[in-house]
Structure formats: structure tokens, C-alpha cells
Design a protein around this ligand. Sequence first.
Ligand code: HEC
Ligand code: HEC
Length: 468
Amino acid sequence: MADQEETFSRNGTAARRSPSPRRRRAAIVALAALVAGGLAASLFASASDPSSAATKGAAGANGRPVGASATLVEQGKQTFRFDTFGDQAFWGNTLHLNQAIAGAKNGGVGPGLSPKTALALGLKVDVNPIPLPVRQAILAGKVNLNDPAVTLLLLKLNAVVGVKGFFNAAGRLSSVGIECALCHSTVDNSLAPGIGARRDGWANRDLNVGAIIGLSPNLRPVAKLLHTNVATVKKVLASWGPGKFDAELFLDGKAFQPNGRSAATLIPPAFGLAGVNLHTWTGWGSIPYWNAFVAVLEMHGQGRFFDPRLDNARQFPIAAENRFGHVNPRVDLVTSKLPGLHAYQLALAAPKPPKGSFDPAAAARGKKLFNAQARCSTCHVPPIFTEPGWNLHTARQIHIDSFEADRSPTHMYRTSPLAGLWTHQKGGFYHDGRFKNLRTVVWHYNVIFKLGLTLKQRSDLTQYLLSL
Ligand code: HEC
Ligand code: HEC
């Protein structure tokens, strides 16, 4: 975890990808102009330029940190945090999301996206690239968080987690792309709610992906792909809510469960996955499989992707029609990054719960129940908390419906790894958040497996789950 908190500026590779010193300084000057009164002058005078310091930092002759495997993990970290895989061609150039973010006053359309609205939509701000005086100004309430121009400056500083702004020579936001960190990172709120140091791998359960995509001025390409109209696309996007995304929508066009609830699933964490065989709620494949899938088919990055299972037109009508299982562009910005991404995700351990967040004595009793009477460990095998081996189950085995399982080639549900559960309680549990809290998850198992756990035992088990 300490590694994740490492500063952006201490890192050679990050510096290379961060805005040029000239741009950064320009952004700082402009931000200073927004800060009230005499603070502005001192702001510019004292604003350090972390990128130049970092370029001189500990790096080998090739500009990368020394040490082979450390390099791979480090590359993966940069990819995870800062790589769009060229997906700005979709989010910016096609959907024109950049115009909605900028707003009419800044060369875009509509009111623009203010930092206040961005934070309310669950977007997070990395405090690291923000110069100290600006942080102080934010704390003192002297930065106008209702002004979309401030959002643009944060983008210029590369401070909006998982979102990359592209600016033209005139300083206009010409395009925008998304990064893995958008959904799989949060911040520690150390400066203010939504603003702090990055926490890579944490599921962003505040993020309203549907509402953000819904801001796009041009949703016609999405409507066309799904053989529907823009109004319907908007309705679907609005149905997701915070912490959810539907990775299968672009494959099967299914937006709602038979019971009328949204078909979107919760964003899972991207930490604690070492030793876990199959990934995603429904076990689509390995980490490198899913990373390629997401980068190409969901983020709309530019890269190769191969999966003939998507040729099944009955299960995946949209994917089969568009040959999503055979994506082969001339330029591949994804495949070469898969080794690093894989290494980085394996290196992300699940964070330990803070002291005082659970009752240790109750958790110790709960642990015994987990491994014996409650039979949890028959599937959630410690310490990986999923099966060593083929970690899938039918819907019937866990007594739920098979709707989401049937949207995967496996037609099954993957036994969720449980470490770090405490970090993603918002939005609920199981793939679609059907259980509001851990207490109701335990209640479900007590009923379906006739475990005969008393109220106190169920509470102990819940405390154990919170301790993982
Ligand atoms: C728009 C939000 C979003 C973005 C961006 C995103 N993911 Fe995900 N990720 C999800 C959702 C939702 C799932 C669950 C999908 C499912 O099961 O259908 C998921 C699943 C995963 C999993 C499986 C976790 C597990 O428990 O097995 C991994 C690993 C992962 N994503 C890594 C990445 C990487 C790497 C990137 C960048 C290349 C990325 N994701 C980009 C939303 C996102
Ligand atoms: C038959 C195998 C099996 C057994 C036994 C089992 N689980 Fe699960 N568990 C699963 C599967 C599969 C899922 C994923 C369900 C989904 O994605 O909807 C899951 C999901 C969970 C989740 C939700 C994780 C998340 O991120 O939302 C929790 C918590 C959990 N199980 C705890 C337990 C506890 C506690 C027990 C014992 C009382 C237990 N499980 C017994 C297979 C099992």
C-alpha cells in the first residue's frame, strides 16, 4: 500500500506522461487567477514544478526505474493510472464528452462540468499534482468550485483520477479519454471529500458512470450500435446509479433484468486478486483476458482483442454483428501493456481495515464459524477466499437467479474474493448489490444452507467479514 501512496512527482515515468512544465505552469497561473486577492502572486512564485524534479529522479539510462520486475509493476501502474489506449477517439472525438465538460463559455456546449458537479458524480481528484498554495486555497474556500474552468485546469494538471484531457494549442479541451483508474481507484479524502491521495485498486462506488456518459452531446453512435434511439440510451444510462457499470450491454443489448431492475453490475475492486483463477462476477477469464477486453471493448481503446465466444449471435447479438471477438486495428496500443497491467494488479494487496472498524473478539469467533459451522470456506478458501482452481458456481448453487450468469460464456457466478470487503460496502453485495449489507448476505446463506446460526453468531460472522 505504501507504494501506491508514492507521490506522482517522485516518479520518472509519471513525469514523462504528465503535462509539459510549460503547460503545467500555465495551468497554475490560470488557477491562481481564479484564487482571490494577493494569494495569486505568492502562488505562482512558490509553485514548484514537480515534473522537472522528477525527470532528474532515480531512473536508469533508459529513463525507467532500475530493476526488472519493479519496472514491470511500475509500467503497469502508469498504464493503470494514466493510459487511455487511444480511447479519446471515442469519448472525445465521437461522443464529444469534452464539449460537455468544457461548457459553452469555454468553447464547448451547455453549462459545463463544474468541480462541484464532478465530485457529486463521484469523480475523484488526486491532490498530488496540485501545487501546495492551490491546495490551501481550496481548503480556504477561495477556489470557485462552481466554475467549469477550474475543472479544465484540474484536467491540465492531470489531477482528475481516471480522466485525461487533451488540449489544443489554443488551450481548448479538444478531446477527453478515460483510464482504468476511473472506476478502480478512489482517493483518501485527505484534503477534502473526493480530493486526496490515490488509492489504486479500490472500487469507486461513488462514481456514476451512467450519468457521466449521459452528459455526452452525441449519443447517436451508442444508440445505433444498440439498434435503439438516444432517449432509450439515456434512460438506460440513468438506470445504473452510483458504483455500477454494464460491461455486457455492448455485447447483448440487455439493459434490464426480468424483474425490471438495471442489468448493470457493481464495480469490483482491482486489488487482492493474486492467486485468483477466474475474474469478473461471472468468470469471463483471467486478469490479462479481462484487461484486454475492457481496454478494447469497454473503454474503446485501440488494440487487438480475440474471443470467438462472442461470435455466438444468440447470446451476444451486438458483439457477433460487429465482430467484437475479432478486433484487429492497424495500430495496437493495448497488447504491449498487458504484462505490466497484469503485474501491477497482482501487486495490489487488499488494504487492511482500520483499527476500531470491527470488533476483534467477535471477528475471532466469526472466523471459527466461517471455517466450520457456516461452511463459507468450502467455497471462499482462505487466504484467497475463492476456490483454488475452478472458482465458478451455478446460480442454483447459491440460490439466486441466473440472469447475469447467462450473459457470460460461463453461465456461472464466480466465488467473490473477500479480502478488503470493508472498502466496498457502498452499493451492497453480490454482483448487482441485491444484498444491502453483509448482515443480509449472511442471512441469505443461513436460510439457503439451513445453517441454523443464531443472531449472535450471524453478527460474529459479519464482524469477521469486516476484518478481512
Ligand atoms: C467504466 C468503469 C470501468 C473501467 C474504466 C474499467 N473497469 Fe474494470 N471492471 C468494471 C466492472 C463493472 C467490472 C465487473 C464486470 C463484470 O463482472 O461484468 C470490472 C471488472 C474488472 C476486473 C475483475 C475483478 C475481479 O474481481 O475479478 C478487473 C481485474 C478489472 N476490471 C480491471 C480493469 C482494468 C485493468 C481496467 C483498465 C484497462 C479497467 N478494469 C477499466 C468497471 C470498469
Ligand atoms: C457454494 C459456494 C459458496 C458458499 C458455500 C458461500 N459462498 Fe459466498 N459467494 C459465492 C459466490 C458464487 C458469490 C458471488 C455471487 C454474485 O456474484 O452474485 C459469493 C459472494 C459472496 C459475498 C459478496 C462479495 C461481494 O463482493 O459482493 C460475500 C460477502 C460472501 N459470498 C460471503 C459468504 C459467507 C459469509 C459464506 C458462509 C456463510 C459464504 N459466502 C458461502 C459462493 C459461495
